[in-house]
Write a protein of this length. Structure first.
Length: 422
């Protein structure tokens, strides 16, 4: 249990870190201020402040975010009448605005806010010590910081460093960079799997090796045999072979074997195992391997491409053959996959990481507001219209998309709980 939980946190953390780092890197390159880079959600448990970005670790390992200046989820939360504490620099400009009760500023100036502009003209005004007769206006430094209610210190967001101030192609690249990084992670992870295996498993129907307690070897199957049919169904490649074997857990079925150009019939009873809540047949065989460096180097690309085609085919079938919640999986499903992968060691976990990373990249490109794909659609609309949607309309679309995703996540999670625990 402990190993599964730790593996789940590490795998999920890597997925989030790599995804969000893509947004972070290209936002920085575009001159967009990244106010906060967070791994995890919820209450903060660690923070490291730099001149431009605050890096935080939060308690729930179920996501993360890059908080870019000027986006709809990055609005200042000041309120008229709010009591803040100010710190001034040597030019008598505000360098820190403290809104938190968790931190105190040395020699801080107490001010009851009345008006402010931290976007264009950079000033704020209010009443000193809450005295209505002492209205005071302060200039605010371009690089000033705000200490938020939870104690997190972030930079203010002047217009010149906001997301919308970057060029359109820079914003598109920033939006695409998260999924792009997930695709790159999948390629690297699959290549690492091939390296750790010492080669690349072939996709033919030829038996390369046996696992311990292999029912296939006990039944008389030998290394080098080609399994050309299972229960009368042709198995042209390894994928078809695995699929047919999995359909017969605990049932005695006839295997057609090709050995030295001769066909043989061997009866085998696949061992029944439960994987991800479903019984599947296992006979304990492994595919043959190509140990060349070229095959190992190319595997990251070929495995990612093949998985991408499978994912796109599965997505297409969801629309053409009917949608089911069983086609989707949330954190509960990922935890279940992680539990299975952890039992088989590091290689299996890295293989799962590659699978999940590619899935995350594809899903994030769905044209749904609040996802990266939805943001890219808005970028394309802006390019066609030669002007962006109004912040109000974009905010409404994002809110609708976010609500849809939350509802879908609740339904998927409940469905996963029923599938894997009941």
């Amino acid at each position: 249990m402990v190993i599964t939980i730790l593996t789940f946190i590490i795998v999920f953390g890597i997925l989030v870190l790599v995804h969000e780092f893509g947004h972070f890197y290209f936002a920085k390159k575009a001159g967009i201020l990244v106010r906060e880079f967070s791994i995890g959600m919820g209450p903060k448990i660690f923070a490291h402040e730099t001149a431009t970005t605050t890096y935080t670790l939060r308690i729930l390992p179920l996501g993360g975010y890059v908080r870019m200046a000027g986006l709809e989820d990055d609005e200042e939360e000041f309120k008229p009448g709010q009591i803040v504490s100010l710190q001034l620099n040597q030019a008598d400009q505000v360098s820190v605005i403290n809104t938190s009760q968790k931190k105190l500023l040395f020699n801080g100036i107490p001010l009851q806010l009345s008006k402010w502009d931290l976007t264009d003209e950079l000033w704020l005004e209010g009443y000193l010590n809450g005295d209505d007769s002492q209205l005071k206006r302060y200039r605010v430094s371009h690089d000033a910081s705000v200490i938020e209610e939870d104690g997190t210190k972030v930079r203010i967001a002047p217009r010149d460093v906001q997301f919308q101030s970057a060029k359109l192609w820079q914003r598109m690249l920033t939006n695409f960079a998260g999924p792009m990084n997930n695709f790159l992670l999948a390629i690297v992870a699959f290549a690492l799997v091939a390296f750790l295996q010492g080669g690349v498993y072939q996709t033919t129907n030829q038996v390369g090796a046996f696992t311990t307690d292999s029912v296939a070897r006990q039944a008389g199957i030998k290394t080098g045999d080609r399994i050309v049919a299972v229960a009368g169904k042709k198995t042209k490649d390894w994928q078809a072979l695995a699929r047919e074997i999995s359909r017969h857990p605990g049932k005695k079925v006839k295997f057609t074997i090709k050995r030295q150009h001769q066909l043989k019939q061997i009866w085998v009873t696949p061992r029944s195992e439960r994987q991800n809540g479903t019984k599947v047949g296992i006979i304990g065989i492994e595919a043959s391997q190509d140990h060349s460096f070229a095959a190992i180097a190319a595997y990251g690309f070929t495995a990612s491409w093949n998985l991408l085609i499978e994912l796109l085919t599965a997505i297409k079938s969801m629309f053409t053959q009917g949608f089911s919640l069983n086609d989707l999986g949330g954190p509960v499903a990922i935890y279940s996959y992680t539990s299975q992968a952890a039992k088989y060691g590091l290689t299996s976990v890295i293989n799962l990481l590659a699978f999940l990373s590619l899935n995350l990249g594809v899903v994030n490109l769905f044209p749904i507001p609040a996802l990266d794909g939805g943001k890219l659609v808005l970028n394309v609309v802006e390019a066609i219209r030669r002007k962006p949607l109004s912040p109000e309309k974009e905010g409404i679309l994002t809110l609708i998309g976010f609500g849809f995703l939350m509802l879908l996540m609740i339904l998927v999670t409940w469905n996963d709980i029923q599938r894997y625990f009941f």
